[in-house]
Every structure is written in structure tokens, then in C-alpha cells.
Design a protein around this ligand. Sequence first.
Ligand SMILES: [Zn+2]
Length: 89
Amino acid sequence: MTELRKCSRCGSEIELRYFSTNRKGEYNKTCDGCLNKMRQYNQNRRDRSKQMRDEIQWNKCLISSDDDEEVKEIKSMLAIKTIGIIQMY
Ligand SMILES: [Zn+2]
């Protein structure tokens, strides 16, 4: 029997082999497809806003972070919020 795991991001139930494991050997809560999309998204944002020192600082935080993918995702969401606030002023 194939073990299924529900992705916390897209909500679909996918075979375990489509999930990567983190440093601790636990399966991520997000499927590889979603993780790749998130990485792509972050990469695009990084390319678009090279001139923004604040954003570069944020990305440095994300890259050097030792957290698992889920924590990174939360941090990048916080970064987007912060940048949104900066752009408003
Ligand atoms: Zn997914």
C-alpha cells in the first residue's frame, strides 16, 4: 500500500516519495511541487528588487537561516509584508 501525505499548501494527497525530508529526517509538510514554486517565486522577487537594500537584507536572513522549509516560508511571508509597508511610504 502506498502511503499518502497531505500537502499543507495545495491540500492534495500525494505519495510520500513526492515529499522531501528535512535535516531531521522528517517529511516536509509541503510537497516538492509547492516547494519548487515557492523557491521560484522567491527567486523572481529577488531578481526584481536588487536595488532594495532592505529586501536584500531579508533574503540574506532567509538564506542563512537554518530553519526547515515551513519556517522559511513564514519568514518570507513576513518579508513580503515588511517590504509592502516600506513601499507604501
Ligand atoms: Zn503541494
